[in-house]
Structure formats: C-alpha cells, structure tokens
Design a protein around this ligand. Sequence first.
Ligand SMILES: Nc1nc2c(ncn2[C@@H]2O[C@H](COP(=O)(O)OP(=O)(O)OP(=O)(O)O)[C@@H](O)[C@H]2O)c(=O)[nH]1
Length: 407
Amino acid sequence: MTPSTLYFSPCLIHCTDSLHHLLIDAGTKVQWQPVETLQQVPVSAIVLMAAEELKEEEWPQLGARKALVIVDDWTLESSLNWIQRGATNCFSQQDQHLVTWLAAELSRFNLGKAQQSEDDVLQVIIDAIPTPIFFKDHLHIYRGCNLAFCNAIGFAREKIIGHSVYDISPKALADKYYEADSKLLSQGGTQRYEANVQFSNGSLHEIEFNKAVFTNADGQAIGQVGVMLDITERNQLMRQLDTSTRTDPLTHLKNRRAFNTDIHHSFEQLKQKQQTLSLMTLDIDFFKSINDRFGHSGGDQALQLVAQWMTEQIRATDNLYRVGGEEFYILMHNTNISMARTLAERICKDTSVRLFTIKEQDIHITLSIGVTEINPTVDLDSTLEMVDKALYEAKADGRNCVRCVFE
Ligand SMILES: Nc1nc2c(ncn2[C@@H]2O[C@H](COP(=O)(O)OP(=O)(O)OP(=O)(O)O)[C@@H](O)[C@H]2O)c(=O)[nH]1
C-alpha cells in the first residue's frame, strides 16, 4: 500500500475521474483501487464508500480506515450518524469539499510521518511488562499495545494498531470481543471475564481479561484499556485442589464431600424429571478383625482391594464413594429398587466367594448392604437414615446379606 492509493466502492467509479483531475490540480497525484468490501481496504487507508453499499455488518470496520461515506442527499443528521459509526467524514457526490479534504489529508499524512518519533517512552515502559496490554478507542480500534500482546496474538504492532478486532480475529471471536467492548463502553467502569484464547504458537490459554474505560475531561468514554492475565496454571491448580478435596487418598474413590454434592444434584434432577435413582450402602463385615490380624497397613490394603473390586462390579452409570472407614455408597441412576436389589445381591454374593490377598494371605471378605430407591417427595436426610437402618438390619441379621427399604 502506498499513502497515495485511494480505495473506492465500484459504484463511485464515475466520480473518480473528475476527482483525479481536481487532485492533480491541487498538486496531489493519487492512484485508485476499487474494493467490494471494507475488509479489502488496508487499515488506515483512505476509502470512499457509497452509503448504500455499506452493509451494517461492515460498520465496525469503518473506524479502522479513513472512511469517507458518500451519500446522495447530504444532511447534517445523516452525516453525524456516519461519523458516530466510525466514518471519518461524509460528503455528497457533488460536494467539492471532498477534494479539499483529500488534498489536506494526503499532505498531512506525509507531515505526520516525518514527525513520527521512535522514542516513545511510554511504549518502552509498557513493552517491558510481561503481561499483554492493549487499548482501543471508542470505535473499538486498537490504538496501542505492548510487545507481550503482539507475541500473544502473533501479529506485529503495525498489524494491530489502527485495526479493528475484525481485522485481527476470526469473525466469531471478533463478534464476542465487540459485544464485550460495547457493553463496557456503554456501562463504563471496569469489566472482568475469563475466556479461552489460542496464542499464535497454537497453545490454548485460560485468560482473565481485566478492562476499564478511560474518559476525557468531560467524563465521556473515549476508549478502553485491557490486561490479559494468563490464569491457566492457577486454574489447573484450583481444579487439582478441587479434585483432591473430593477424592479419598487411600482408594482414589470419590469421598463423602463428593457424595453430598452429587446426591443433592441428582435429587434436584429427580424432582424435575421422570427418572429413578437408587442408593446402596455397603459396609465391610468385621473389618476390625482384618486390622487386628494384618495390622493397619493390611487393613488399608484390604480397603484398596475392595474398592478396586467394587469399581469392577458397578455399571458405567453408577457412582461409587468411600464415605467412611469401611463404608461405601453406590449412587445408581435410572435404577429402581428391584434393579438395585439385584445388583446388591450379586455384589454381596460375588464378594463373599472371592479371595482377597492381604500380605500374601488369601482371605474372604463379606459385605452387609442396605438399599433404597430415592423418592423425590421424601426429604433426603430421611432417605439416608432409612438406608442406614437397612444396613444395620443386614448386620443384625447375621451380615453378608442385603436389606431393602420398602415404603
Ligand atoms: N486400616 C484402616 N482401618 C480403618 C480405617 N478407617 C477405619 N478403620 C477401622 O475400621 C474398623 C471398623 O470397626 P467397626 O466399626 O467395629 O466395624 P467392623 O469391625 O467392621 O464390624 P461390623 O461393621 O459390625 O461388621 C475400626 O477398627 C477402624 O479403626 C482406615 O482408613 N484404614
């Protein structure tokens, strides 16, 4: 692109010829380049667009170009409307001010270039900050950024400054950014949100955007500044922490805390949908004697083996928890009491005939099991009490058996 190239929409071809000659008379030689859409116009370049050819979806790109909107009937109101949308100016086709505007702008462009200073102290300072920083004007056009921002999104500064989000991001993403920016500009203050961002090297990052509006002396929003905090590691740690607070360290099964969350969630779903949900509580019989015989570490090994064994016995839709010393729960979705009882009896029987090897000795382990179907009209605490009662009945009836709650 050269500064003296002027872009124009094809339906203005008839006026480019006279403009060309008028500009030569004004001492400015230009070349003309037709474009179908604003997207084809390089950022910061001068473009003449016929108002009727500008689609609404192109408006966000007006501010990133020196866009002159050419209307059939010029009115102050329509002209101001176009300027508010980001157009640089608005002229009627016959208006010779267009020639003076172009001549002035083209000579100012050259002057501006000569005055450009590479010694921008503020730029040097923000480039030293490792966190990506950017700022945009009230038309969402990038007006500044630091090196970390360039590196993160993978564009050189010249490809960012003066561009709209639509010039540097895929449309779907640009739509999201534009919406968030518009909200912030209209509400003022600050904005904080998290989004997944793919960096230029292909890596995916969880980013916390912290943005704030800045205003002129009259308090009018004139732009926004944003900082991108990379919270990928922090979020990973939080997820690990969350998992570990819901996991039993010995058996790696979900623990009572996870059970409480899951059962409340499932109970709420049960109230809304026509489904069935059953709960089984399983307790190892005479576990104390295993501890007494093999020591605490032998007891731990037994717990791990039983947990592993039970994991193999349940279905993909069942959830197994270790909720106490030698006590487990199985939450069974889409399962009524008769299906739950069948599963419980199979686990009970198969466990009793299986051999578990603790400290190189084979032993039998049995389970007492209580089973209930969860009724959405009965409160959860009462249901948990009833299934515990069923378990105690199984213990009282000699252990190694299943007892059900029937309402
Ligand atoms: N090794 C080991 N033992 C545990 C753990 N948690 C609880 N225990 C032991 O489990 C035993 C449970 O004993 P009881 O509540 O008397 O139950 P029980 O011997 O299984 O008898 P019944 O349940 O009545 O059949 C206690 O000795 C606890 O110390 C653990 O994490 N590891």
